[in-house]
Design a protein around this ligand. Sequence first.
Ligand SMILES: [Zn+2]
Length: 308
Amino acid sequence: MQKRGQALIFLFIGLVAVAACLVYYFNYYQPSHPKNPSNSGNSSDSSNPQNSSSNSTIQNLTISDKYINVTQLHWNHMPLTYKILNESLCTGIPIDELNNAMKLIESSSNNTIKFVKNNISADITISCYDLDDVLNKSTVICKNFSVEWKKNAFNAKKENYIPNSSFVLSETQIVRNDTLTTYQACYVDSNLANGALDESKIITEGNIITNATMNIYVFGDDYTRCSDFPNKEVHQLLHTLGLDHSEEPRFHNVFGWGVINFRYEEDVMFQYFSCIHQKDIQLKYDECLQYIYTNGLQGQCAKVNFIK
Ligand SMILES: [Zn+2]
């Protein structure tokens, strides 16, 4: 009887020891555990220095990630800092519109997103350009395209009449007769403008955004602004947060987008700008930004596209 009791005690002690070892292993020796950042990677990773360094960068970013529950593309911290290059050129309306767009995004995220200016070290680098000046230094190409007479809608880029990298200055109907309608499209090749005509860009490590660039422009003849909603600035800032363009409806050969559904054109992340239709940040973006920057506590990211 006594022996049986002793055996049970040894068995109990043995089980406690095994449990303690398991707890210790999972807490301190799991390679990916944040508590042990120096123990990064496994043997196959360390055989490839590039992999190892990239993995450890991702691991470091993940360790400091305030939004660890979120799988979607996101920044790992708040507030986001930004600096403006060539700022004096954009003083006035362009910077007012940028500030307005930032405030709209902050409030639509329920103030979980915050933009703070920091000219020394910045997450987002915003470059100011005089658009007229950029275009004057570029080669403007104007081409005429004759289409079926009944065609009412024309989108040269969408319909592959001009390259996808084109920065479109104007599209106008110049002739219409019983057989043909002629449209003129004027554009420049954005690939030749040293980034001055590019959309916002992000740099990522895994699902974390580490850097972003964006352009703003001096109000000029070639840059139209919407009077009641800064749709272009909001659109570009949402790109810096990792959001991609919204779904496109099929472009109707005769009637364009509108006949299919205005909802597509109302989306601030629609690829083509429209002052008439784009008046607000849609609820799906409000909810998605809140989801990400509350670390998944509220909201959702349904029907939102992320940059791949
Ligand atoms: Zn865009």
